[in-house]
Write a protein that binds this ligand. Structure first.
Ligand code: ZN
Length: 220
């Protein structure tokens, strides 16, 4: 039964897109809407009242959420970010340790393939490394990494960090450690590269040190 009088908003859709719905817990389509509250007579809007705050509606569960829900990456996006992170860490560690050892090249290529770049062979990895190391010319940051790789590491890891649990961030660091350890003990440049990875992932420095030590005792 429609009540005689009532106040309900009337929504207008601004944008459509996909997001991670906090209600459904998965990737869904959304409508981003703004609205105005209306005084209704028998359900028909008759008098406009104040505007209501913009919101996002899931087209599956019809739940309404604040626009800040769009900041959470979709599962597809998060997967791609994670893949890029694994790839970039592998390149950074290979660059730090040098490409002379076959074991290091193989460990880096395995990490890249496991990240989801299944068709990526050693030639592609080395070409990508050369391209990134070349960026920034001879400029190296304080930690010995080429400018291009250091920038790439920040650009790829920092947006991902807030969306990963502690274990996920530690796992990324350990994947880098495995590449560094593939051709023997950590070189000073490899430690520096791993420290840079730890900083980008917002891991406390003592924890990074402990994880790197533990990795030497339990090799991949
Ligand atoms: Zn939903």
């Amino acid at each position: 039964m429609t009540r005689l009088w009532g106040v309900r908003p009337r929504w207008r859709t601004d944008v459509l897109g996909d997001f991670f719905c906090p209600g459904c817990g998965g990737d869904r389509n959304y409508r981003r809407q703004h609205g105005r509250r209306w005084l209704r007579l028998l359900g028909t809007p008759v008098v406009p009242l104040g505007p209501v705050i913009g919101s996002v509606q899931c087209t599956s569960c019809h739940g309404r959420y604040g626009v800040e829900s769009l900041e959470q990456p979709t599962c597809v996006r998060l997967g791609a970010m994670l893949r890029d992170a694994q790839y970039t860490i592998a390149l950074a560690l290979l660059a730090a340790g040098g490409t002379a050892h076959r074991a290091a090249r193989e460990a880096a290529c395995t990490a890249v393939r496991e990240a989801g770049f299944e068709d990526c062979g050693e030639a592609q990895v080395l070409a990508a490394l050369a391209a990134l190391s070349g960026l920034g010319g001879e400029l190296h940051d304080a930690h010995g990494m080429s400018g291009g790789l250091a920038v790439e590491l920040h650009a790829v890891l920092e947006p991902l960090t807030p969306h990963l649990a502690h274990q996920g961030r530690e796992r990324l660091l350990l994947q880098g450690a495995a590449i560094a350890l593939a051709d023997g003990r950590y070189l000073p440049q490899e430690r520096e590269a791993l420290a840079a990875v730890g900083r980008c992932l917002d891991l406390p420095q003592p924890r990074v040190g402990a994880l790197l030590e533990a990795a030497t005792r339990a090799p991949y």
